[in-house]
Design a protein around this ligand. Structure first.
Ligand code: NAD
Ligand code: DAU
Length: 357
């Protein structure tokens, strides 16, 4: 099994990255140091890791820098003697990529290239570049079938096209230069610290506040939901145990139509919120069907049997308790919610959606 001394976690101040840092420090087999490298875009929040900074002292470092800046990437790798990169940093929201695609190519493709070049420059001291990718690179499924490691790439949105580009670059660096790499392609995550532009936290907060719940089209698109902690455990397992060059698909075997996700969230908020809506109506009455997302992929579903077979991985969270805990987390973190909904995010929402959100 691989051991790492100095892990550079790009995007460690974001949703999955911050959960991953917490996961790694909870692992008894890890005694090294984590260096978070994050530009703190609208989606990044340094305070997501305040507990880690307090608990881990000298084993946790934070570098406020941008992966589009090749010199900053190289300097951090040298300074902290990095032997492993886990690459989460990305522009991650499909709707934004439809409105403003350039940033997705700059960060997701060119930023990844900078990291790969810097990892390669580390030479023999470098043990692994783990690339965190998405099931969206595979395109859309019909009513049956699953994505697996052998599914051909067919991305539809600027986001998924940029992630596909980064996946290809990672594999090209292995095939061309022998860089040790692994890749995971995961389905939709939910859980604490997810930025409230994504379906689950947006619906929780709007339901709580009595605002409209915008469901795209008929709400019949299907996603495969996985608790973020289960995704993080899968990544760590692959980093330690997978053969160089391997790809693993990660999913929750938990397909749900968007309309059903929203109904579940509404029922949970009705049950768990401190007060009902002033009208006394159930939160599901707030659903509004809005214009569909252009190029909206119909269905995602992952066959994760390779991960299960090779490592015995399976999710620790089921959807019932996972969604309940997630709603409770948002209800009990009002200060976090207020802080992340200000600044650059608020400006973008106002510019693009008016007061709809
Ligand atoms: P997120 O948007 O919550 O966080 C992204 C983080 O990257 C933020 O901290 C942000 O500040 C940072 N970042 C963005 N651009 C940067 C740049 N140029 N330089 C340095 N840092 C930068 O995203 P997330 O949902 O946590 O996703 C993390 C990764 O996992 C992404 O690569 C995404 O494609 C992948 N992924 C996400 C999901 C999901 O359901 N959220 C599923 C599968 C894969
Ligand atoms: O599948 C993995 C991907 O999951 C990740 O690679 C992405 O980074 C992550 O953002 C997520 O992408 P989606 O586009 O699936 O997630 P999102 O939460 O934006 O949307 C989930 C579904 O809900 C999708 O079918 C669109 C729909 N939706 C979304 C929003 C924000 C709505 O109906 N209304 C909304 O307001």
């Amino acid at each position: 099994m691989r051991q790492f001394q100095n892990i550079l976690v790009t995007g460690g101040a974001g949703f999955i990255g911050s959960n991953f840092v917490r996961h790694v420090f909870s692992r008894p087999e890890f005694s090294g140091r984590v260096v978070v490298f994050d530009a703190l875009t609208y989606a990044g929040n340094r305070h997501n890791l305040d507990d880690v900074a307090a608990a881990e002292g000298g084993r946790y470092e934070f570098v406020h820098a941008d992966i589009r800046d090749a010199a900053a990437v190289g300097a951090a790798m040298e300074k902290f003697d990095v032997d492993c990169v886990v690459h989460f940093a990305a522009e991650s929201h499909v709707d934004r990529s439809i409105r403003e695609p350039a940033a997705f190519v700059e960060t997701n493709v060119l930023g990844t290239l900078n990291l790969l070049q810097a990892a390669r420059a580390r030479g023999g001291a470098f043990k692994l570049f783990h690339h965190v990718s998405t099931d969206e690179v595979f395109g859309s499924l019909g009513p049956t079938g699953f994505f697996s490691e052998t599914t051909p790439y067919a991305p539809h949105s600027p986001y998924s096209a940029s992630k596909a580009g980064s996946d290809h670059l990672v594999r090209a660096f292995r095939d061309t230069y022998g860089l040790p790499v692994t890749i995971t392609n995961c389905s939709n995550n939910y859980g604490p610290y997810q930025f409230p532009e994504k379906l689950v936290p947006l619906m929780v907060l709007n339901a709580l506040e009595g605002k409209p719940l915008p469901v795209y089209g008929e709400g019949l698109n299907v996603r495969d939901w996985l608790h973020v902690e289960d995704h993080c455990a899968a990544i760590w397992t692959v980093m330690r145990r997978a053969a160089e060059g391997e790809t693993y698909c990660v999913g929750g075997r938990c397909e749900m139509r968007n309309a059903d996700v929203v109904a579940r969230v509404c029922a949970l908020v009705d049950a768990l919120a401190p007060a009902p809506l002033p009208s006394g109506a159930p939160r599901s009455s707030l659903v509004v069907h809005v214009a569909d997302r252009p190029g909206h992929d119909r269905r995602y579903a992952i066959d994760c049997s390779k991960l299960e077979r090779d490592f015995g991985w399976k999710p620790a969270h089921d959807a019932e308790s996972g969604f309940r805990e997630t709603v409770l987390w948002y209800l009990s973190h009002a200060e976090w919610v207020d802080s992340v909904r200000t600044g650059a995010y608020r400006e973008w929402i106002d510019r693009n959606y008016g007061d709809r959100r």
